[in-house]
Structures are given as structure tokens and as C-alpha cells.
Design a binder for this molecule. Sequence first.
Ligand code: SF4
Ligand code: SF4
Length: 72
Amino acid sequence: MKAKGKIKVEQEFCKACGFCIEFCPKQVLALAKVYNLAGYYPVELVSEDCTGCGICGLVCPEACIEVFLDQS
Ligand code: SF4
Ligand code: SF4
């Protein structure tokens, strides 16, 4: 059984530093095309392949990524 992950990005707090994009082993993160109120293009999940490993949440200096694991 393959665990599936999901993330929630608090888009208004993202500063678009790109750490999560760089460290995601599945390369499923990218900057959005629409900017937030602070003028940054926040990160979003762009594929179904997130494993829920949690690395993005750990490396985010703004602590704006929450990771969920769906074991079903
Ligand atoms: S939980 Fe892991 S696989 Fe999913 S987006 Fe974050 S770093 Fe990538
Ligand atoms: S690490 Fe955090 S602040 Fe940096 S781009 Fe990713 S979500 Fe945004």
C-alpha cells in the first residue's frame, strides 16, 4: 500500500523562498501563477504524487506548510 500525502500551504505567509521546492523528493511543488497580498508567488502542489514525507513542512522557514497523510 502506498501512502498518499496532501499538503496545505498558508499562501499568505509564503515568501516564495523555494526551499520546499528544492527539497521535495518528488518534485511536486511549484510557485503559483497568482501572487499573494505580500506580492510573492506562493507555493502550490502541482501533482498527485506527494507521499506525505513531511520534508517541505520541516524546511519551510515560515512554517506555512501543513502535511497530511492518507493511509487508506
Ligand atoms: S510532503 Fe514530501 S512529497 Fe509531499 S510535497 Fe512535501 S516534500 Fe514533497
Ligand atoms: S519553504 Fe515555505 S516560504 Fe519558502 S517557498 Fe516553500 S512554502 Fe513558501
